[in-house]
Ligand binder design. Structure first.
Ligand code: SF4
Ligand code: SF4
Length: 355
């Protein structure tokens, strides 16, 4: 991000990541959520304005929307109007299914002023690969949305969740992103879930390391901006992702502040986040300032735990995948005890050590 003209300080963006709804019109094999549409629940609209006012003193001025499928939120346009009223920006991640219909409403001047981007989930460079994971017809939907963006000059990103089914299409995806004039292409880490493990979707840790190296090569080759999500192999023990740099605060569709979007609702069968170790606070009853202070302590706790492992000489190859480290720390992989032989199983197996 460029520095604002005349400012002696580097730009520091902080955002609220809002899960607007648990509604979704797809049923992707790799989805980490087990609570979609069951029953359909939406973010309490009245809480949004209160959060804007509470988070503003902390320098927050942006919202990032996820879901479920955020465009299924019944008051999506009212949310954008609210952000426009307060001069906040927004971007959202979508499967693209509703985008063509809603684009004219997003291009209205006051809403367009708040728009800072849209990211489309595209899990294969070919229809066959994408639809295998996301369902028949979903590739054509997202291609239509991207083509519209290219035609109208709307900046957009692509997000590819890398898995066993699409791993061979990394370069094809970069070619497609260039051809379709995407602003950015993210190669995103796939979390091991029971459904993903059963379907054989998950790459092993060494395979992920190879994917990272291949993406590095693509970054150097292609003009389109290519980025790796936080979950990729990153061997530096002190690495801090955007969340742990206090730049992103995740709030689920129940108005609960949870540690990170990558962990939120992870295989939780729709149970309240309050039962989960990554729960920070219920913002319906806890002021954002108090929740933030608790979050700071939780980040410190995670870092202290990591430091302890490093000091004991126990920081392993598998610990170099930051999201995986969090998943284990917050108990999201406890179900893997029944998959003791799986490459991502929480285990002290020496096979997890670097060769
Ligand atoms: S991955 Fe996204 S689009 Fe797919 S089922 Fe899950 S929430 Fe819906
Ligand atoms: S799971 Fe952990 S490492 Fe991954 S993005 Fe979230 S906080 Fe960061």
């Amino acid at each position: 991000m460029p520095k604002p003209p005349g400012s002696p300080y580097p730009t520091f963006l902080a955002q609220l990541g809002i899960e607007l709804t648990n509604r979704c019109n797809l049923a992707c094999v790799q989805c980490l959520r087990t609570d979609l549409n069951n029953p359909p629940l939406d973010f309490p609209f009245d809480l949004l304005e209160s959060l804007i006012l509470q988070a503003k003193p902390f320098g927050v001025n942006h919202m990032a929307f996820t879901g479920g499928e955020p465009t299924l939120y019944p008051r999506f346009l009212d949310v954008i109007d609210l952000l426009a009223k307060y001069g906040w920006g927004y971007h959202f991640v979508t499967n693209g299914s509703k985008f063509p219909d809603m684009l004219p409403d997003l291009l209205v001047p006051h809403r367009w002023a708040a728009f800072q981007g849209v990211a489309f989930s595209l899990d294969g460079a070919t229809e066959e690969t994408h639809d295998r994971n996301r369902g028949k017809g979903s590739y054509l939907q997202v291609m239509k949305a991207m083509s519209l963006c290219a035609a109208k000059g709307v900046p957009y990103s692509l997000q590819m969740v890398v898995n066993q089914w699409n791993r061979h299409e990394l370069e094809a995806m970069a070619l497609l992103a260039s051809h379709l004039q995407a602003s950015r292409l993210f190669y995103t880490y796939l979390q091991p879930t029971p459904a993903g493990v059963d379907a054989g979707l998950c790459l092993t840790p060494p395979e992920w390391k190879q994917v990272g190296e291949e993406v590095d090569r693509l970054m150097a080759t292609f003009k389109v901006t290519i980025l790796k999500s936080a979950g990729h192999y990153y061997p530096h023990p002190l690495y801090q992702c955007q969340t742990m740099q206090f730049q992103s605060f995740n709030i689920n569709y129940q108005g609960e502040f949870t540690f990170c979007c990558q962990l939120s609702g992870f295989n939780d069968q729709g149970l309240s986040a309050k039962n989960s170790r990554d729960f920070v606070a219920d913002l319906k009853v806890t002021p954002f300032a108090d929740a933030y202070q608790h979050f700071v302590k939780m980040v410190h706790g995670l870092n202290a735990y990591k430091a302890e492992k490093v000091a004991k000489g126990d920081f392993r190859f598998i610990d170099s995948f930051p999201c995986h480290f969090c998943e284990r720390y917050f108990g999201k992989l406890d179900w893997m005890k029944d998959h003791a032989d799986h490459p991502w199983a929480p285990s002290t197996d020496p096979a997890h050590l670097p060769a």
